[in-house]
Design a protein around this ligand. Structure first.
Ligand SMILES: Cc1cc2nc3c(=O)[nH]c(=O)nc-3n(C[C@H](O)[C@H](O)[C@H](O)COP(=O)(O)OP(=O)(O)OC[C@H]3O[C@@H](n4cnc5c(N)ncnc54)[C@H](O)[C@@H]3O)c2cc1C
Length: 387
């Protein structure tokens, strides 16, 4: 029977709860907003399936083979402008749905919840919300059994998520499916859905309007200075980079991630996925490309299935590069977990007690200089794009 003695040992993937034959494991939120398995001992039959499917400590994916890497991006300017780095996932979606497959990806829902969804049609209006990184632990309860049902029906299925979510899915499935393709992203850490909820409530109150769209890393001010863009129903738009935006700041200062992210078990070049995506900050050095500040993605090709899919993506430009050099230049998060921030637990202790901006200001300082630099940046980019 699964027993979480240390929260750093549970990535919250839901493989245990989804596998329980007695359905006696519930994934419940703790006071930080992260979900953990809670077992109804009266119904548990001690079959130990939950332990067997837990992806933690399953290190058998490590081999000595170094997979290939390409630096890539979508050739279509409009698509490139909306993705996080090279906007690879839009092309993946189009390819899979064109073959009547199903795509699982992450969106920000109408109530600002960040969650996994299932899409099986190019007409689905939620499709455009799937690309772009959402720096929040996504709600994934109930998704693995849906993936399994799709796989068993013979459909092609593409699942995208963090490395722990892909590993959780693979462990839950307990067998290889030739019709499954997994795409994961290198992940710094997964911030708390509760913190995100409090932050969006604060923004909606401040702007006196509902949020209609969120881009965690918008390229209005260029790829390299990724900025959060939040659009409101009343037409107002908020921009804030990690210099002045407390949410992004807390993420990059490692104040708000799930405990398991500080001892992440999935920090290897090799993953259980077929393709692994991460930011290519040094595309110009890696592949002798011109850095036009529009973004490139490093793609690690983890399997022959990944290679085949990549070959089918005709709207993507691809440049083979040295995997180890790419990891050295861009991939600090490929092989390393983030360091534990000593203030993290105190940050969560009182997260519900006061206005979230006041709360954050006790842990992070946004100086006058930061605000000046942020304003100057906007003027610079306005002039750059408007002459
Ligand atoms: C929480 C998180 C942390 C990250 N940390 C790093 C990092 O430290 N270093 C780095 O180089 N790259 C990191 N990335 C990846 C990076 O932000 C880009 O996603 C990557 O470069 C691919 O960009 P793209 O434009 O090609 O992908 P896009 O076309 O924008 O597609 C993004 C994909 O990510 C999936 N996704 C979005 N949000 C989530 C989520 N919350 N959980 C699971 N899946 C999600 C979407 O379903 C989609 O498939 C992180 C991504 C996430 C979600």
């Amino acid at each position: 029977m699964i027993e979480i003695k240390d929260k750093k040992d549970c990535c919250g993937c839901t493989a245990c709860a989804s596998s329980c034959p007695k359905k006696c494991i519930a994934m419940e939120s703790d006071k930080e907003g992260f979900i953990y398995p809670v077992i109804d001992l009266n119904r548990c039959v001690h079959c130990n399936i939950c332990e067997q499917v837990c992806p933690q400590d399953k290190k058998n994916i490590c081999t000595n083979t170094i997979p290939e890497t390409v630096v890539a991006r979508d050739k279509r300017e409009k698509i490139l402008s909306i993705g996080t780095s090279g906007s690879i996932f839009t092309s993946v979606i189009e390819c899979v749905l064109a073959e009547h497959g199903t795509v699982y990806g992450v969106i920000v829902d109408g109530d600002n919840t960040v969650k996994h969804i299932r899409v099986d049609s190019l007409e689905d209006r939620r499709l455009s919300k799937i690309p772009c990184s959402k720096y929040v632990k996504s709600e994934i309860r109930g998704i693995y059994p849906q993936v399994k049902a799709d796989l068993q029906s013979g459909r092609k299925v593409c699942f995208s998520g963090t490395p722990c979510q892909v590993a959780g899915l693979k462990c839950f499935l307990r067998k290889d499916y030739s019709n499954l393709i997994c795409v994961d992203v290198i992940c710094r850490g997964n911030p708390s859905p509760l913190f995100w909820k409090r932050f969006t409530e604060y923004l909606e109150k401040k702007y006196k309007s509902k949020i209609v769209d969120v881009r965690f890393r918008n390229k209005t001010y260029g790829y390299h200075s990724g900025t959060m863009k939040v659009s409101f129903e009343n037409g107002k738009v908020y921009y804030g980079s990690a210099r002045t935006n407390y949410y992004l700041r807390a993420f990059f200062e490692d104040l708000c991630s799930r405990p398991s992210c500080y001892r992440c078990q999935f920090k290897h070049i090799q993953h259980m996925s077929d393709l692994t995506l991460y930011d290519s900050w040094h595309a110009s050095e890696l592949a002798d490309l011109q850095d036009d500040d529009k973004g490139y993605t490093n793609i690690i090709i983890q399997s022959p299935k990944g290679r085949k899919l990549l070959d089918e993506l005709k709207t993507i430009e691809k440049h083979p590069v040295d995997t180890l050099k790419a990891v050295e230049l861009d991939g600090v998060m490929v092989e390393n977990s983030v360091k534990w921030n000593e203030k993290r637990d105190v940050f969560f202790d009182s997260i519900e007690d006061e206005n979230i901006k006041c709360h954050c200001s006790k842990f992070m300082t946004v100086s006058f200089k930061d605000r000046i630099i942020e304003s100057a940046k906007r003027i610079y980019y306005y002039k750059k794009f408007n002459g």
